[in-house]
Design a protein around this ligand. Sequence first.
Ligand SMILES: Nc1ccc([C@@H]2N[C@H](CO)[C@@H](O)[C@H]2O)cc1
Ligand SMILES: [Ca+2]
Length: 312
Amino acid sequence: QKKIILDCDPGHDDAIAILLALGHPDIDLLAITTVVGNQTLEKVTRNAQAIIELVGARHIPIAAGCSRPLVRSIQNAAEVHGISGLDGTHLPEPTHPLDPRHAVDLIIETLKSHPPKTITLVPIGGLTNIALAVRKAPEIVELVKEVVLMGGGYHKGNRSAVAEFNIAIDPEAAHIVFNECWPLTMVGLDLTHQAKPTDQIMTDIANINSPISQFVVDSLSYYTAGYRKRNGTDDHAPVHDPCAVAYVIDSSLITTQKVPVDIELQGGLTTGMTVADFRHPPAEDCHTQVAVTLDNQRLWTMVIDSIRELSH
Ligand SMILES: Nc1ccc([C@@H]2N[C@H](CO)[C@@H](O)[C@H]2O)cc1
Ligand SMILES: [Ca+2]
């Protein structure tokens, strides 16, 4: 099993990522931490708790983290995820209390209570908690097996022409995280735009016929309806976050390329851009790689199998 800590801002696609991590036998989800992003910290934290309640995975600690970016003001993606952060779905009221620690402390203490290089950090929201953790406890950099994050894009943006939302909402945090010397895999929009379900996949999920599969159908239906309206298309919406978890489960699902990546903090048009420099072969000590090609069908087979597993 692969041990992971999932730092998230649920969010419809975060919810799918959480279910994939919970339902797949090869993942040991040690902790969930939440961060401001798609919606306020309070809303994304409540959403994480409600998803855990739906699945009955009360043993997994959930700790809330930062309620705003390190420097900049709060931005959200309410136009995508709705006012609640999971509009279109019906989740049970959480009954289980949060872990009393701050997310940063849960991350640090979880890493320190396991053997070095056995835990993968999987951030799928803004990087505020991760940046703060590494500033508070620099020693965690060598304790982490690797960072596999959903964020950025080497030739794509969604928050701006060239910046992806998770990076753009806290570029200073991203600059910290990308410049630590831990192994970092950037699962960016170039990859996640390939992660679109089909009508058949939606039917296969619906046919599982459980409260969890109903939640997923409701979630992806709302998410895709908004995507279609905003983009004037009848395509399915790309479901970004589960791609990061899928890579941890089975890296053969995704091809990657080693390339130096840094974060723009000054540009008028380009702040939050993940700048990948493909001009030369990467240096031996290049610690970053970007995700390039996805086996979409295998991703969704994994997601469906995990939902089915949780639905027993
Ligand atoms: N349009 C839009 C779609 C998804 C997101 C969130 N940010 C990342 C994709 O940019 C994912 O983690 C997702 O939760 C933000 C904006
Ligand atoms: Ca997210």
